[in-house]
Design a protein around this ligand. Structure first.
Ligand SMILES: [Zn+2]
Length: 101
């Protein structure tokens, strides 16, 4: 069991090379945001896992990742981009819980 990531914020100078800087976790009422630094610390402590739900409906694990460019970040274990399929999640700035009309 873990926390489901529902949105991300990414930064990067090049369109093809961006890193996740913030993730959002859905609590059904609000989206709680964590910085990547905090997520990395939580994963390292091993108390909570993070995942997201892939297009096929299956949970995909998210791991600590050090990019060859030197950035310490996180990535999905699946996907071709440097942050994996996390790049396909909606932006946290535009995401709102589905329970809110
Ligand atoms: Zn990089």
């Amino acid at each position: 069991m873990g926390l489901e990531i529902v949105c991300v914020e990414r930064k990067g100078k090049k369109a093809g090379h961006r890193h996740v800087t913030v993730i959002g976790v859905d609590t059904t009422k609000v989206v709680i945001r964590f910085s990547v630094k905090t997520v990395r610390r939580i994963i390292k402590e091993g108390t909570v896992d993070f995942f997201y739900t892939g297009p096929d409906g299956l949970p995909v694990a998210v791991r600590r990742y050090k990019c060859p460019c030197g950035v310490k970040t996180i990535r999905a274990v699946r996907g071709r981009e440097n942050d994996g399929e996390l790049s396909q999640l909606p932006s946290c700035s535009s995401w709102s819980p589905s329970s809110v009309s």
